[in-house]
Design a protein around this ligand. Structure first.
Ligand code: COA
Length: 260
């Protein structure tokens, strides 16, 4: 079987790569489990100072695998269990103390965007596109994005993504402030690496402490995730999501006109 998540260590840097390009790097349960293990392990490994997430050319990730979303709602899958790989991944995001950097080329959808709110630096190419189609799928935001995104970029800007489900291009993402810098696609990896190397060369305890201080928010992120998690699970069993998922799978436009 192909390795859908590739983990490599190079000096102080651990890179976690989404590698399922034929499905735009949509994330399966097993992939969440491997990513979480790699993050947790890096966080207690004193020789790792930076965690980097990247995808494949043209795709960061299309978010949660749609089929897994649907399968995950069956009672035997225990959708509400904290041991669900996706929940364990979401829980890890705010708990990781090691700085996290994302390199985004092409599409980032759903959790592929909301996880960026937990990354300390985000570098993307001009062809990056950011989409959080939660409402379009009959769902609600997750990963504490309903808290972190309005706090980071302002309610009205966040509403374009989280309420309107509108795709945002690299230029707008930079203007809104959830991307650190945009680099030419051909230079993206090289230029991002320069910044990542600089971060890894700084005093590691000071960097972690600075991150901890910067991440202090009025409402604990974990509390917001729990509230979102309940709403999200309920939405996954809604008729609106069922319509959106079946439309995606049969490649037709969803019809929400019958819903009140
Ligand atoms: N889950 C499962 N499969 C996915 C997927 C996802 N989230 N995103 C893409 N794929 C699959 C497609 O079904 C297709 O598979 P196929 O070749 O076997 O038919 C393949 O990846 C390529 O996707 P395609 O839609 O043909 O590419 P595109 O460039 O036209 O569009 C996206 C790319 C990401 C815009 C589009 O695939 C999409 O909207 N995906 C759903 C994203 C989503 O809603 N994620 C959940 C957010 S909560």
């Amino acid at each position: 079987m192909t390795d859908h998540i590739i983990v490599t260590d190079d000096g102080f840097i651990r890179t976690i790569q989404f590698n399922r390009p034929e499905k735009k790097n949509a994330i399966l349960h097993a992939m969440y489990a491997k990513i979480t293990d790699a993050m947790r392990d890096a966080d207690v490994n004193p020789s790792i100072r930076v965690i980097v997430f990247k995808g494949t050319p043209g795709s960061f990730t299309a978010g949660n695998d749609m089929m897994d979303f649907v399968k995950g709602q069956r009672p035997e899958a225990k959708p509400h269990a904290d041991s669900q790989p996706v929940r364990m991944f979401l829980k890890a995001l705010p708990e990781i103390q090691t700085p996290m950097v994302a390199i985004v080329d092409g599409i980032a959808v759903g959790v592929g965007v909301t996880m960026l709110m937990h990354c300390d630096l985000v570098y993307c190419s001009p062809n990056a596109s950011f989409m959080t189609p939660f409402t379009a799928l009959g769902l609600v935001p997750e990963a504490a994005s309903s808290l972190l995104m309005p706090a980071a970029i302002g309610h009205q800007q966040a509403a374009e993504l989280l309420l309107l489900s509108k795709p945002i291009n690299a230029k707008d993402a930079l203007r809104m402030g959830f991307v650190t810098r945009v680099f030419k696609a051909s230079k993206l990896e090289k230029k991002a690496k320069k910044e990542i190397d600089a971060l890894a060369a700084l005093p590691p305890s000071a960097v972690r402490e600075a991150k901890r201080l910067m991440r202090r928010l009025p409402e604990p992120v974990a509390d917001r995730m729990a509230v979102e998690g309940k709403a999200f699970s309920a939405r996954l069993s809604s008729e609106e999501f069922t319509e959106a998922a079946s439309a995606f799978m049969s490649r037709r436009k969803p019809d929400f006109s019958k819903f009140k």
